[in-house]
Design a binder for this molecule. Structure first.
Ligand code: KMT
Ligand code: NI
Length: 178
């Protein structure tokens, strides 16, 4: 299962865990209340996995590609990592399935505090459209991830502040009472 926790506020080295002291974990239930959903799959068989097929069918994830985030394999590695770590939102859900390696997805909670979600092989996560988030590698500096999308992919990221976006207002409204 994934582990998630509230982050400290130190700026140095984004690849470190940045846990609070004492640590404050965040449950899957708390993540669900933010619209973040999680599946555990068998990444060894991702090419033929019927469970993945079922999720893609149920959720309409018609598009998929694979991104390898590695200094020697990804063009413009540093620029891309810097971009991914800028706090941003998308007008569509962000769906990522970790096939190998590790990574952190950070999401803002209702009180605007950072939650760090530690993803490793076999973890599939969906971040709702309109949530402020960011992405980083951890200290192992490598991940391979499947990107899924409903229809033609739109990777456009809007850096914070993007509060005037309709999707942001819709997302914030969806948090009421959850
Ligand atoms: C995003 O928009 O935050 C990303 O695409 C993160 C990198 S994909 C593993
Ligand atoms: Ni994103």
């Amino acid at each position: 299962c994934i582990e998630a926790w509230y982050m400290d506020s130190y700026d140095e080295d984004q690849r470190k865990p940045h846990r609070l002291n004492p640590n404050q974990n965040v449950s899957l239930e708390q993540l669900r209340a933010l619209g973040v959903f999680y599946w555990k799959l068998n990444a060894d068989i991702y090419e033929t996995d019927p469970e993945l097929e079922q999720i893609r069918k149920d959720q309409g994830y018609s598009y998929m590609d694979i991104i390898t985030i590695d200094k020697d394999l990804l063009p413009n590695y540093e620029d891309k990592l810097n971009m991914f770590f800028e706090e941003h939102l998308h007008v569509d859900n962000e769906i990522r399935y970790i096939l190998d390696g590790k990574a952190y997805f950070d999401v803002r909670d209702k009180e605007d505090r950072w939650i760090r979600i530690a993803m490793s092989k076999g973890d599939l996560i969906t971040l709702p459209a309109g949530i402020y988030h960011r992405f980083t590698l951890d200290e192992s500096n490598y991940t391979k991830a499947m990107r899924l999308f409903v229809g033609e992919p739109v990777w456009k990221a809007y850096n914070r502040p993007a509060d005037h976006f309709e999707i942001r207002q819709k997302y914030v409204a969806s948090l009421q009472g959850s």
